[in-house]
Design a protein around this ligand. Sequence first.
Ligand code: GDP
Ligand code: MG
Length: 163
Amino acid sequence: PLPQVVIIGRPNVGKSTIFNRLVGKRIALVDDQPGVTRDRRYGDVSLLGLDFQVVDTAGWEDEEPDTLPGRMRAQTEMSLKGADVALFVIDSRAGLTPLDEEIARWLRGQNVPVLLLANKAEGRSGDDGIMEAYALGFGDPIPFSAEHGLGTVDLFEALRPHI
Ligand code: GDP
Ligand code: MG
């Protein structure tokens, strides 16, 4: 089976846009409204010498903002089983939220390597959010823009040791 990379993060940070960018098709539904990804989606990626399966999740969506209800959380927890890497996505324009911190806390307790992807980092409007993201303790955030296609090479270099 292919190594698996699971995309994790609060609603609206751009998980599905990243998934589509990696897979090269619009498989996942992208929307301004949180909660459009109803279940997990799988896509195969073969790029820059890496072959892996990427998983788009919606574990923290469809719920009250900033809460972690058990049912949806259990789904994300399940999607992490068998994962080789978790791609933890934040919105570098919005900066860190309490829900980001809570997901980070949860991820620290999981037995899986975490890469921190600072999405929406096009232009300079993400600079403050990227600085904040260092505090999460997952190493250097990788600046990325799924919408503009920036950061792919850096992401793949970070993935390479885990795949
Ligand atoms: P999800 O809820 O985490 O799956 O987020 P989506 O992929 O549905 O995206 C939420 C919103 O963020 C949409 O309006 C996207 O167009 C927007 N978005 C995604 N990636 C970027 C990016 O790199 N830059 C900017 N400015 N917006 C983005
Ligand atoms: Mg989504």
